[in-house]
Design a protein around this ligand. Structure first.
Ligand code: ZN
Length: 177
């Protein structure tokens, strides 16, 4: 339930000034680590005024514009993450970089949400790569699989996915259990 509350709050009010978003209001969502040495994720959101002051001070993994409108916030979030993934996947980064890990975790979430499909797994110079395919754009990306253990991957992917779920989806999943 903890994750549900965070995600829900992030879509309702500014994490800084606590102001509730009005209808059609644009705000900024970010994914960040709660502390510098943490692997966990938190989701926060900021009204545009607060973001102006906060953006230089905050460390975050990615940010995107959200809008409190009739469009489901969840599909906004997933679309934004797909764009973040594309940006990261187009970059060259070292395997031990935070970005490599985050890119891989995003890919796992997007696979789960069926925005990407796994086309191939390749090994080059003892390194494993995923070849991922995006149907809508008819485009493939090759990304390295970082050295994380299975449990860690599972935990972080679940956490990330739950931060992006709409309250409705979570309720439905809760009922199934
Ligand atoms: Zn604010």
């Amino acid at each position: 339930m903890e994750n549900y509350k965070i995600a829900n709050r992030a879509n309702a009010a500014c994490s800084q000034c606590q102001k509730r978003y009005s209808n059609q209001e644009e705000y900024i969502s970010i994914l960040a680590h709660p502390s510098p040495d943490s692997e966990e994720f938190v989701r926060l959101s900021f009204c545009l005024e607060c973001w102006d002051r906060e953006k230089g001070k905050r460390r975050y993994l990615c940010f995107w514009r959200s809008c409190k409108s009739k469009v489901s916030p969840q599909s906004w979030d997933i679309q934004s993450l797909l764009e973040t993934f594309e940006d990261l996947a187009n970059k060259q980064f070292a395997l031990e970089d935070e970005e490599a890990k985050f890119c891989y975790l995003l890919a796992l979430v997007l696979l789960r949400k069926k925005r990407l499909s796994l086309q191939d797994i390749r090994f080059q110079k003892n390194q494993e790569y995923f070849v991922l395919f995006e149907k809508k754009k008819n485009k493939s990306w090759k990304i390295p699989v970082p050295p994380l253990d299975k449990e860690e991957i599972e935990h972080l992917t679940n956490k990330l996915a739950s931060l992006l779920q709409s309250p409705e989806t979570l309720k439905r999943e809760g009922e199934k259990k």
